[in-house]
Structure formats: structure tokens, C-alpha cells
Design a protein around this ligand. Structure first.
Ligand code: OAD
Length: 256
């Protein structure tokens, strides 16, 4: 039993926050899409980059050296993403938009699954795999259901088209990063879900939230690199934990 008089898997402090927070911010990483069947980057032998060397694929240098190789890799990843569906964790976060006076969803994922689950306001720190842009003239392209291409595509201006994702060594989109940092500073409750906490500046967001006075909770089957700095870690899969957490918030907020 907790101090609300019923059995709960969540701590009394977290329940208080779920019931009373005015502003909730969430950072998601590859782990939220794992249960949909999208490989994460760093989980054991199954991570994408256990099979492919990231320094050979996800950098501007790699793209300049062998654009077809990098393009094929992204086509393969797009194919996986198109073939999967959002999972209960994504749907719970879409519902969360309606529960709190302010709710900010910040993601490192490029897979569109939050939007496909119904989230209407998704802040993408690392770009989007369905979007590409011309290296020369900067024109954007949004992929349709076209079959994956084996070769890099070219713009009408002749320039090479690259995926509009953030590669190693590149800076994050300024507006989205500034938004994320501000939301981390201002929220009452911050959830960091399915991210290893290894890649900055995204990994600093839970720490900024903590320093600014928010209650910071991690949801991950394994402790992340920053777990010890946070208020609470819930060990489990986001597809299982997030629906319970959002159900709890709904119950507390509708009975208040
Ligand atoms: P990682 O692959 O580094 O970490 C995935 C995290 O998800 C790990 O901490 C897992 O324990 C956790 N996880 C696995 N299954 C889960 C589940 N069912 N529920 C919840 N968590 C689960 O992915 P990210 O932290 O997102 O950047 O990686 C950060 C960035 O590194 C990526 O955005 C990408 C990569 O370099 C760029 O491409 C710029």
C-alpha cells in the first residue's frame, strides 16, 4: 500500500508527482522502440552497431567516402521502421499529452513511431529518417513509400541527398535543443526512458532537470550511465511500465 491507500508499483513520491505535476517532460531513446522490433544502438550483440561500425556509417566523412554504403544502411533501417508498429509505450506517451497542463516529448529517435502512435508534438533532437536534404542547395525531401534505394539519390540541382539525421560530430538542431533544455529546466517531473545516457548533449537533459529541481525518473531494464544521478530508476521495459504509469496518472488526476 502507498499513501494513497491502494497497492501500487510506484513510489509515493512518484505518485504524488503523477497526480500534481503541472509540467512533465519526457526524453526517449532507442529502448522505447525496442519492443516494436527496432534494434537499439548499444544493447549487446543485437544492437545495430554491433554489426556495423558507426564510425564507418554515421559520419559525414563516411558519407563523403562511400555515399552508397551509407545510403544502403539508411534504406535498410527505413525498411525495418516501416515494417513495425508503435508499442504500448508509444501509445501511453501519446495519451500523456492530454493528462498534464504541459507535456513535452523529446526524442533521440529518428523513427517516427511517437507520431504514428498519435503524439502531436514531438521534438526530435537527432532528426528524422524519413526526411532527407540536398547537401548543395539544402532542399528537403520527405520519403514516401518508395522502395529502398541501393544508391545515393541526387537532387535536381545535382547535389547528393543525405538523410536528415544528426551524425557523430555534428551539432544538434539548435531550436530543438534549446527547447529541450528549457523544458528540462522548467518541468516538475522528468522521465528518461529507454536511453543509455551515453550520448551528449541529450544525456545532459535529465541532469539539467535534476539540477533545476524536477523529480527525475528513469525507466529502463538496465541502469543507464547516468542512473546514479537521478531520483529513481524503475527497472523494466517501457512497453510495460509506461502504460501503468500513465494509467496511474489518469486515475489520480481524474479522481482529484
Ligand atoms: P542506445 O542503444 O544507446 O540505448 C538503448 C537503451 O534502451 C539501453 O539503455 C537499453 O537498456 C534500453 N532498453 C532496451 N530495451 C528496452 C525496453 N524494452 N524498454 C526500455 N528501455 C530499453 O540508444 P540511445 O540511448 O537512444 O544518435 O542512443 C542515443 C543515440 O546514440 C542515438 O540517438 C544515436 C546513437 O548514436 C545518433 O544517431 C546521433
Amino acid at each position: 500500500m502507498n499513501n494513497h491507500g491502494h497497492a501500487s508499483m510506484f513510489s509515493a513520491t512518484l505518485e504524488d508527482k503523477l497526480g500534481s505535476a503541472r509540467h512533465v517532460a519526457v526524453l526517449t531513446g532507442a529502448g522505447v522502440s525496442a519492443e516494436s522490433g527496432v534494434p537499439t544502438f548499444r544493447t549487446g550483440g543485437e544492437g545495430l552497431w554491433a554489426r556495423y561500425n558507426p564510425t564507418e556509417l554515421a559520419t559525414f566523412e563516411a558519407f563523403s567516402r562511400d555515399p552508397d554504403l551509407v545510403w544502403r544502411w539508411y534504406s535498410w533501417r527505413r525498411g525495418i521502421i516501416r515494417g513495425v508498429k508503435p508499442n504500448p509505450g508509444h501509445y501511453a506517451l501519446a495519451e500523456a499529452e492530454t493528462l498534464f497542463p504541459r507535456f513535452s516529448l523529446i526524442t533521440q529517435n529518428v523513427d517516427n513511431l511517437h507520431r504514428r502512435a498519435g503524439s502531436t508534438d514531438v521534438h526530435e533532437l537527432h532528426g528524422n529518417i524519413e526526411r532527407s536534404r540536398c547537401l548543395d542547395c539544402g532542399l528537403f525531401f520527405v520519403e514516401d513509400e518508395a522502395p529502398p534505394s541501393e544508391h545515393v539519390l541526387h537532387c535536381t540541382c545535382g547535389g547528393m541527398i543525405r538523410p536528415d539525421v544528426v551524425w557523430f560530430g555534428e551539432i544538434l538542431p539548435e531550436t530543438e535543443l534549446l527547447f529541450a533544455q528549457t523544458e528540462a529546466q522548467r518541468c516538475d517531473l522528468f522521465l528518461t526512458v529507454g536511453t543509455s545516457g551515453l550520448v551528449y548533449p541529450a544525456a545532459a537533459l535529465p541532469l539539467i532537470a535534476k539540477q533545476s529541481g524536477a523529480y527525475v525518473v528513469e525507466i529502463n531494464p538496465e541502469p543507464s550511465a547516468i542512473a546514479r544521478e537521478l531520483d529513481e530508476c524503475i527497472s523494466g521495459a517501457s512497453g510495460a511500465i509506461l502504460p501503468l504509469l500513465i494509467d496511474t496518472a489518469r486515475r489520480l488526476r481524474t479522481s482529484a
